[in-house]
Design a protein around this ligand. Structure first.
Ligand SMILES: Cc1ncc(C[n+]2csc(CCOP(=O)(O)OP(=O)(O)O)c2C)c(N)n1
Length: 533
């Protein structure tokens, strides 16, 4: 008779899961062994947080939940960051951990944490897997992750339960706190109402956000191009429109040039929030400016603005595109677009540092358009978020709802496994790199080569700049350099340090052509970021 662990593995395999990421403990060994037996590869990583992030990116690119496995207690606690990230950044993630068996004596508190209570507010499904519910629970958990907005399911399986034979089923568990199913508003009337509003707008701006599924990208591009509408995007959907196209205004929600972007928003006479989710916005303009919301699914936390009905984006776009534009617009944001472009031109402050604008230019010319770029969190995220010229959907990944450091390198591993043929570049700060550089070894071991650009400024520069902005004493924001080239080499990866854009471009091109990993450490001056904000 199959065991509970075997039933879990079978349910995962039957749903097409081919990989699970994680870091084991003795309590999940049986489960991992059952995964092996059904052909699910266990991607062994060096921290549960990294494993969870890699899993979620991998899953989203595979159009299925990423699966992460950790032990009980400390392993489960380390999953807090990726669970929080997947919850706010809408990435589908199934987290499975062990837990102390229910029939242990009540006095046994070693490694016992209130895991269900901790994770429940951020999860769609939280369940205990038992010998009577294993298959149903896993299927429900997987399905719930893929309901929009994508998110997290969390299940526990104790080591004792894992080896029990499966028993006749109990009624299927229900999801906890799952999204209320909402009535879809009539897409055609929504399109007609929008068309009427646009017919009187002189400076309309379409704001595309996280709530737009990448599958509608061709329709969205078609509509925007035919009607020649100005468009801005949030970082999480960079690439959903071609950012080198003439109607592209910029990236909104807290990246570099944000003051300029907020000015542009205020200058618009019609803002269309197409899947716009305020979870990405660090200011409050989303509540202060009038926005025409076109949402297909609830925003983070199940929120929907008052009086707004959910509509099918594809249907709205089909109706709009079939009609003639109600008027013509000739680049009403041209002055903002020019100022934004001009910001990238500048000179590095130090002799041996690279001007951040030169870094973007050199790198974007060196890699093919389909390259997947991930960033970490810090000043460099603002730089790449605003200025990296994304051209294709799903080619840009950052943590923005949570904005958690140590995302970029782990996300690159997940992306490379999901898209082995696409070049992958991770742009990270030297602070963030020191949080999980050891995963370079993981990437080498599992055959997931990618390029890492480490922007070295010897500080937590984003926070250092904030300290300066508040006129606080300079205090504890700098660190001594770690030799990131040696760090790369210690993990079996080629490393180089350069402040020369041409040298950087040549090295990156070569690594991509060879299909090998590279760590390029690029010295930058922290104060140069200020000129871009
Ligand atoms: C896990 C986590 N801890 C702390 C922060 C706060 N924080 C945001 S940016 C930043 C500095 C990042 O420094 P670095 O990685 O060197 O990037 P830089 O800002 O220098 O580009 C910090 C500490 C965070 N966002 N996430």
């Amino acid at each position: 008779m199959a065991t509970t662990a075997a039933a879990v593995a079978r349910a995962l395999a039957d749903r097409g899961i081919e990989r699970a990421f994680g870091l084991p403990g003795g309590e999940v060994l049986v489960l991992i062994d059952e995964l092996r037996k059904v052909g699910i590869d266990f991607v062994l990583m060096r921290h549960e947080a990294n494993a969870g992030i890699a899993a979620a990116v991998y899953g989203k690119l595979q159009r299925q939940p990423g699966v992460v496995i950790a032990t009980l207690g400390p392993g489960a606690a380390n999953l807090l960051l990726p669970v929080a990230n997947a919850y706010l950044d809408q990435e589908p993630l199934l987290a499975i951990t062990a837990q102390i068996p229910d029939d242990f004596p009540p006095s046994h508190t070693h490694q016992l944490l209130p895991l269900h209570d901790t994770y429940r507010p951020m999860c769609k499904v939280v369940e205990k897997v038992t010998c009577t519910n294993a298959g149903d629970t896993i299927r429900l958990a997987l399905d719930s992750c893929m309901e929009r907005p994508y998110g997290v399911s969390y299940v526990t399986l104790s080591a004792r339960e894992a080896v029990k034979p499966v028993a006749p089923g109990m009624p299927s568990p229900n999801g906890h706190g799952r999204d209320t199913v909402m009535q879809r508003a009539d897409a055609r009337s929504a399109a007609l109402a929008l068309e009427a509003k646009l017919s009187t707008a002189e400076r309309p701006l379409v704001l595309v956000g996280l709530g737009v599924d990448h599958a509608v990208a061709p329709r969205l591009r078609d509509w925007l191009t035919r009607w020649n509408l100005p468009v801005a995007v949030t970082p999480k959907v960079k690439g959903i429109v071609d950012e080198t196209a003439p109607n592209f205004v910029g990236v909104i929600s807290g990246m570099a040039a944000d003051g300029l972007m907020v000015e542009a928003l205020k200058g618009a006479d019609l803002l269309i929030g197409f899947g716009l989710d305020p979870v990405e916005i660090d200011k409050t303009w989303h509540a202060e400016l009038p926005i025409e919301w076109l949402l297909e699914s609830p925003n983070a936390g199940g929120r929907v603005p008052d009086g707004v009905g959910l509509i099918d984006h594809a249907k709205v776009l089909d109706t709009l595109t079939a009609a003639a534009p109600p008027r013509s617009w000739t680049q009403p944001f041209a002055q903002f677009q020019k100022k934004r472009r001009d910001l990238l031109t500048g000179q590095a402050s130090g002799d041996v540092t690279m001007w951040p604008g030169d870094l973007i230019r050199a790198l974007s010319e060196a890699v093919p358009a389909e390259t997947i770029v991930t960033t970490d969190v810090g000043s460099h995220k603002y730089l790449f978020g605003q200025f990296w010229p994304s051209r294709h959907p799903e080619t840009f990944w950052m943590s923005n709802g949570l904005s958690g450091m140590a995302y970029g390198l782990s996300a690159a591993i997940g992306a490379k496994l999901a898209r082995p043929d696409a070049p992958v570049v991770a742009a990270v700060g030297d602070g963030g790199f020191s949080m999980n550089a050891q995963e370079l070894e993981t990437a080498e071991r599992i055959g997931a080569p990618f390029v890492t650009i480490v922007l070295e400024d010897g500080s937590y520069s984003l926070i250092k700049l904030a300290q300066e902005n508040r006129q606080l004493e300079p205090y504890r924001m700098d660190f001594c350099p770690i030799d990131n080239v040696k760090m790369a080499e210690a993990c079996g990866v080629e490393g180089l340090r350069t402040s020369n854009p041409d040298e950087l471009a040549t090295a990156v091109r070569r690594a991509i052509e060879r299909g090998t990993s590279l760590v390029a450490a690029v010295p930058v001056h922290y104060a140069d970021y200020r000129k871009l904000f």
